[in-house]
Design a protein around this ligand. Sequence first.
Ligand code: GPP
Ligand code: MG
Length: 290
Amino acid sequence: MPTNQLGVTDGVLRSDYQKAVANYWNTNRNDPVNLRLGDVDGYYHHHYGIGDVDWSVLEGPETTRDDRVIRELHRLEHMQARFLIEQLGDVEPTDRVLDGGSGRGGTSFMVHERFGCRVDGVTISEYQVGFANDQAAKRGVTDRVKFHFRNMLDTGFDTAAFRSIWTNETTMYVDLFKLFAEFARLLKDGGRYVCITGCYNDITGGRSRAVSQIDAKYICNIHPRSEYFKALAANNLVPINVIDLTPQTIPYWELRAKSSVATGVEEPFLTAYKEGSFHYLLIVADRIVR
Ligand code: GPP
Ligand code: MG
């Protein structure tokens, strides 16, 4: 592969930063917080949960407590995915939809099952591409749900090919102006973009210590809230729905902090959400007709 003036390899990974992110997700293979939850029913998620916790899972026989907590965390992550899916619009079986930063594929399979549509997922982690395509093979849906080693900033898909696009906790890895320019290109006229993200609160100040700790853990750059709306407006994407999901995600983090699969990031999330320096946000936007 050719290298540019900065010595960076051209192709899917365009910068040393992108290489570092790809390396993180390629080597993040022994992650019980995601694998044990996915093993419950075969949907492997890389996002967090929403909804009320059934705290009774902590009661009852100690030998099965861990299993109950894992299932409850997984149920809340499914709730989050279902909530996102309901925002995607009237997707038809003949439509194509795109998963920007598709992880191990969990949400993509749910979207296909909900609408019967074709789903393409893109990720810069070759490990994740392989994992998710193996899942598609196990499910017998390789003709309808495909995962690609591609960069969501420059996917190579045809212009106006997609009815809907979503990103589920992946936008903190990219420049939003570049991302939404690509999504505006990919969406059909009137097509819909759905985003669930964590963003920092730039109404009350800059990046808090807790938000910086989250960035450090995942090698990401959490954006300020305002940046999303500037970048959408600059790219012909008009918000139709914005929901602050912060109150709905806090219980998930409180249960996760008590679980055997806690990773240490629970405290920064809980601190950031509770002090108001960080929000868990859903944004839905439609593409202006060309
Ligand atoms: C993916 O979830 C998490 C991120 C991409 C981090 C940034 C997200 C924010 C909302 C700030 P995961 O399921 O891989 O994380 P974990 O392994 O901690 O469960
Ligand atoms: Mg997870």
